[in-house]
Design a protein around this ligand. Structure first.
Ligand code: GDP
Ligand code: MN
Length: 377
């Protein structure tokens, strides 16, 4: 899960990293009041989970509370790379002397973390790395050793950062480890004209696997802007992912679902979404899953591909029949059942004899049929 800048800022402050005074607002009026409290002059910043807000016009200086209200009105509702701005952060402006880049990322291949730092912060770090790779230092960090004072000094020196940045590198390491983060990035970390080192922006990605021991994350989750169907599926305990094609896909088990996506793509159609009903799925789960998939208007046909193991195909067929009672099927459904209780499952669907339900015996023929139906509707 990615955090918003204002959430990252709060975490940084908790670990002693200096950040500008700031408040969050979701209306222009609130932005004006916040600017008033912050001393009048503020930087108005779009809160979206994507970078490059500055370039997109989502970071603007306002000279007084009235200007902050106007600027917030412009930025709220703006679309930045497909993300709608619903909140702005108002921050006290700081006088910047130099901008640096610092981050810790998980290096999965090496099984370690990587400290990435550069004296050329503020701008697009990917561009700096591509054009002047030597301006970006990449130092492996052993998770068991962590970032000690001497390690921090080494990272700062390698990137050409002033030594006073070193303690901040240690604090950011604490953020990473204590908060179960996979990424902590500050761009820019700045030296102010008064000499202080401040984090002016923050990107933190936390590891969802640690949710069980991070009580505070509940507040973050309620603030997520997820796809409404994804939210509905999660509420029903289903694993649903929205894609951009036209064939809805339901399968059991991640491996089978992934290969079903590939086979559908191989037939010239694109998956609209997919839903993994998992092992041991009941008729109820199947019915819930089908209703979620059919709520997506982009779906032109649905492919149900189940290989019965713990999940018995007759339960899946019962689920489909149940779903047909509660959801009016307006698009064709291609079902391939194989494995445990496949014959009983197929017989249940044959008995129901719904005109829009088609059965196929192999994954290939099922995918071809679903693709063909989706493309001709
Ligand atoms: P991003 O474009 O999404 O990375 O957003 P940032 O928060 O990094 O802001 C973009 C740029 O705006 C920064 O690199 C700074 O140069 C500038 N900026 C942001 N906040 C302040 C501030 O308080 N004072 C000054 N002078 N510049 C700021
Ligand atoms: Mn930035």
């Amino acid at each position: 899960m990615d955090l918003y800048e204002h959430q990252a800022r709060e975490l940084f402050a908790r670990y002693g990293v200096l950040v500008p005074d700031a408040e969050v607002a979701d209306t222009p009026r609130e932005a004006r009041d916040a600017a008033e409290r912050l001393g009048g002059r503020v930087v108005v910043k779009a809160q979206v989970k994507t970078g490059g807000r500055g370039k997109a016009g989502g970071v603007k200086l306002a000279v007084d509370p009235a200007a902050a209200e106007l600027t917030a009105r412009q930025i709220l509702g703006m679309d930045i790379k497909g993300h709608t701005v619903r909140k702005v952060m108002l921050a006290q402006p700081v006088g910047i002397e130099t901008e640096f880049y610092v981050s810790y990322v998980l290096d999965r291949t090496a099984g370690r973390f990587l400290a990435i730092a550069s004296a050329e912060g503020g701008m697009d770090i990917e561009e700096v790395a591509a054009t002047r790779p030597r301006a970006v230092a990449r130092i492996p960090v052993d998770p068991d050793e962590g970032v000690t004072a001497s390690k921090a000094a080494k990272i700062a020196a390698a990137a050409g950062l002033p030594p006073e940045v070193a303690p901040v590198l240690q604090q950011l390491w604490q953020v990473l480890t204590q908060e179960d983060a996979l990424l902590v990035e500050v761009n820019p970390l700045v030296r102010c004209t008064d000499g202080r080192i401040l984090a002016l922006d923050g990107k933190v990605t936390v590891d969802d696997n640690a949710r069980f021991r991070q009580a505070r994350w509940g507040a973050y989750a309620s603030d997520q802007q997820t796809d409404p169907l994804e939210a509905a599926a999660t509420a029903k305990g289903l694993n649903y992912v929205k894609l951009d094609g036209e064939v809805g896909i339901i399968g059991n088990g991640a491996g089978l679902v992934m290969s079903t996506l590939d086979v559908v793509a191989g037939c010239g159609a694109r998956p609209a979404n997919f839903l993994d009903i998992g092992g041991g799925a009941s008729a109820r789960v199947m019915a819930d899953g089908l209703s979620v998939i059919l709520s997506d208007p982009a779906v032109k046909s649905v492919l149900v591909n189940v290989f019965g193991g713990i999940t018995a195909c007759d339960s899946v067929a019962d689920g489909i029949v149940q779903a047909l009672e509660s959801v009016r099927l307006t698009r064709p459904l291609v079902v391939r059942l194989d494995g445990n209780a496949a014959a009983r499952g197929r017989a249940i669907l044959d008995d129901r004899a719904h005109p829009l339900v088609h059965q196929a015996t192999t994954m290939d023929s099922a995918a071809r049929r679903a693709a063909q139906l989706a493309l001709t509707v």
